[in-house]
Design a protein around this ligand. Structure first.
Ligand code: NAD
Length: 480
C-alpha cells in the first residue's frame, strides 16, 4: 500500500516515529494509502530546515523566485489529470470538478502570487521639508500554513503561494483526511527546483502535529483555514505568543432570492451554490431565502431539479455529485438531517444515505437534501452542516430578508438575486459578511479580499492582503 511521506529539507522522508495513519478513499469506504502520523520532532526538523533556508530564499532575486514558482505552477498544469484523479480519490469529489476547478485554481494561485511578488513595492511618505519615510515590507521568517480537506490542493496553494512569493519559508500541513495532492505537490516542488527547506510539508493529526506547528516559538505567523472551533483554539494559543494569525473559518451563508431575479439563471446557479462539492464549500449557500411571491414556483422547480441529481462514482467523468469526505462526516450530516426533522422541518427531497453497488457499496454518499418549515432560530438554520443540505425560508420584505440573512453567528459570504440595481447595492451594504455575490456565485478575482466577519474568521486572504499578512512592515524615517 502506498505510503505518503513528509517533505523536509528538500527530501521526502518518513515521520520520525515511523507511525502512519490510514488514508481512506471515501467513494469506496476503503483504506488505500498510509499517511504519516507526524509529531513535534518532525516539526523541529522542518523548522531547522526552514530556518537554514530562510536567508538564501529571502535574498534570492525576485525574478529568480518568481521563475521557480512559475515552474512549480507549470508542473501542476502538466500533471493536471493525475492530480485531479488523486484529488477525487482522496476527497470523494467528482473528478470533473477537480479537473475544472481545484487543480487549475491551484496552478493559478501559484502563478498569481509568483507574479505579484514582481510588482510588490515599498511605500514612501514625504513630510514636506522635514523628512522622508519609506516602509519596507520584509518577509516574516518561518511561517505555518494549515489547510482543510474540502478543497485540498486549492486552499493549500492559496496559503503557501503568497507566503513563499513574499520571501518566507513555510511549514505546511494539509488535512489528514486529504493528504495526497500535497504529497504530489512536494514531488513537483523537487522537480521544479524549489531550494531545499523553503517549503516543508508535514502530514498528520491536527491536535498533534498541527498543534506543534501552532505552538512552535520560532514559527512567527499562522495562516489557518478550517472549522470555527479549531480557529478559536488556535487564536487562544497564539495570542500570548504575539504571533500573526489569519483565520478563515466556517460559514452559514444566505442565498437571498428576490422575485425580480432572472429565474432561470438564479435556479441553475442556486443548484451549484447549494450542492457543488457535495455542499462542502465554505461559500455554499445553505440557507435559501425566497421572496414570498415566488416561493412556491421556486420550491417546485428547485426540488424537481434536485431530485434528478445523481450521486455516483467520483472517479467517473460523468459524475456531478460524489461522496462526502469521511464516514464521521457523513454521520454528522445525517445527524443534522435527523435534527431538522425533530425541529419540525419537512424533507422535500433527499434526507438519506445512498447505498451504491459493487465496489462503491461502502462509500459515503448522501442524497442532496432540501428542507422547509424551519424558523431562523433553530439549530439547523444556525449551525454549519457542511454537506448536501439546504433549507428554504420565505420572506415578505427586503428588511426581513436582511434580518434573516444576518441572523447567524457566521459572516462569510452571501448571494443576492435581483434585477433591481439599487436594491442590490442597498442589500449588499446591510449584509454582515466579508463577501457578497450579486446575480452570481463563486466568481473569484484573486486580487479581491477574501474572508469573513463574526465567527467566520479574522483577517483577509487574496491579493495584496495576503502579501501584507506574510510580511512585516518596517518604517524608516530620514530627516532632511
Ligand atoms: P478542521 O478545523 O477540523 O481542520 C482544519 C485543519 O486544521 C486540518 O489540517 C486539521 O488537521 C488542522 N487542525 C485540527 N485541529 C488542530 C489543532 N488543534 N491545531 C492545529 N491544527 C489543527 O476543519 P476541517 O473539518 O478540515 O474543514 C472544514 C471547515 O473548514 C468548515 O468549517 C469550513 O467552513 C471551513 N472552511 C473555511 C474556509 C474559508 O475560507 N473560510 C474554506 C474552506 C473550509
Amino acid at each position: 500500500m502506498e505510503k505518503i511521506l513528509n517533505y523536509i529539507g528538500g527530501n521526502l522522508v518518513e515521520p520520525s516515529g515511523l507511525a502512519y495513519l490510514d488514508n481512506v478513499d471515501p467513494g469506496r469506504g476503503k483504506v488505500y494509502s498510509k499517511v504519516p502520523d507526524s509529531d513535534q520532532i518532525d516539526v523541529e526538523k522542518a523548522f531547522a530546515a526552514a530556518s537554514a533556508a530562510f536567508q538564501g530564499w529571502k535574498n534570492t532575486p525576485l525574478e529568480t523566485r518568481c521563475a521557480i514558482l512559475q515552474r512549480l505552477a507549470d508542473k501542476i498544469g502538466e500533471n493536471k489529470e493525475a492530480l485531479a484523479l488523486a484529488e477525487a480519490r482522496d476527497n470523494g469529489k467528482p473528478v470533473s470538478l477537480a479537473i475544472h476547478v481545484d487543480i487549475p485554481r491551484a496552478e493559478s494561485n501559484i502563478r498569481f502570487f509568483a507574479t505579484a511578488a514582481m510588482h510588490w513595492s515599498s511605500e514612501s511618505h514625504v513630510m514636506e521639508n522635514e523628512a522622508i519615510n519609506y516602509t519596507h515590507r520584509k518577509p516574516i521568517g518561518v511561517v505555518g500554513c494549515i489547510a482543510p480537506w474540502n478543497l485540498p490542493l486549492y486552499l493549500f496553494t492559496w496559503k503557501i503561494a503568497p507566503a513563499l512569493a513574499s520571501g518566507n519559508c513555510v511549514i505546511a500541513k494539509p488535512s489528514e483526511l486529504t493528504p495526497m495532492t500535497a504529497y504530489l505537490l512536494a514531488k513537483l516542488a523537487i522537480e521544479a527546483g524549489l531550494p531545499a527547506g523553503v517549503l516543508n510539508i508535514l502530514h498528520g493529526l491536527g491536535p498533534k502535529v498541527g498543534d506543534a506547528i501552532v505552538k512552535h516559538p520560532g514559527i512567527k505567523a499562522i495562516s489557518f483555514t478550517g472549522g470555527t472551533a479549531t480557529g478559536a483554539y488556535i487564536a487562544g494559543t497564539v495570542a500570548p505568543m504575539f504571533k500573526k494569525v489569519s483565520l478563515e473559518l466556517g460559514g452559514k451563508n444566505a442565498n437571498i432570492i428576490f422575485a425580480d431575479a432572472d429565474f432561470d439563471e438564479m435556479l441553475s446557479t442556486t443548484l451549484r451554490s447549494s450542492f457543488s462539492n457535495q455542499g462542502q464549500i465554505c461559500l455554499c449557500g445553505s440557507r435559501i431565502l425566497v421572496e414570498a411571491s415566488i416561493y412556491d414556483r421556486f420550491k417546485e422547480a428547485f426540488v424537481h431539479k434536485v431530485s434528478q441529481m445523481k450521486v455516483g462514482d467520483p472517479l467517473l467523468t460523468a459524475t456531478k455529485m460524489g461522496a462526502v469526505v469521511s464516514e464521521a462526516h457523513m454521520q454528522k450530516v445525517l445527524g443534522y438531517i435527523e435534527l431538522a426533522k425533530q425541529e419540525g422541518g419537512t424533507i422535500l427531497c433527499g434526507g438519506n444515505r445512498i447505498l451504491l453497488e459493487g465496489e462503491l457499496a461502502d462509500g459515503y454518499y448522501i442524497a442532496p437534501t432540501v428542507i422547509e418549515g424551519l424558523g431562523p432560530a433553530c439549530r439547523t438554520n444556525q449551525e454549519e452542516i457542511f454537506g448536501p443540505v439546504v433549507t428554504l425560508q420565505k420572506f415578505e420584505t427586503e428588511e426581513e430578508a436582511i434580518a434573516l440573512a444576518n441572523d447567524t453567528p457566521y459572516g462569510l459570504a452571501a448571494t443576492v438575486w435581483t434585477s433591481h440595481v439599487t436594491k442590490a447595492h442597498r442589500v449588499a451594504n446591510e449584509l454582515q459578511t466579508g463577501i457578497v455575490w450579486i446575480n452570481c456565485w463563486l466568481l473569484r478575482d484573486l486580487r479581491t479580499p477574501f474572508g469573513g466577519v463574526k465567527q467566520s474568521g479574522v483577517g483577509r486572504e487574496g491579493g495584496w492582503e495576503a502579501m501584507r499578512f506574510f510580511t512585516e512592515p518596517q518604517n524608516v524615517c530620514i530627516k532632511l
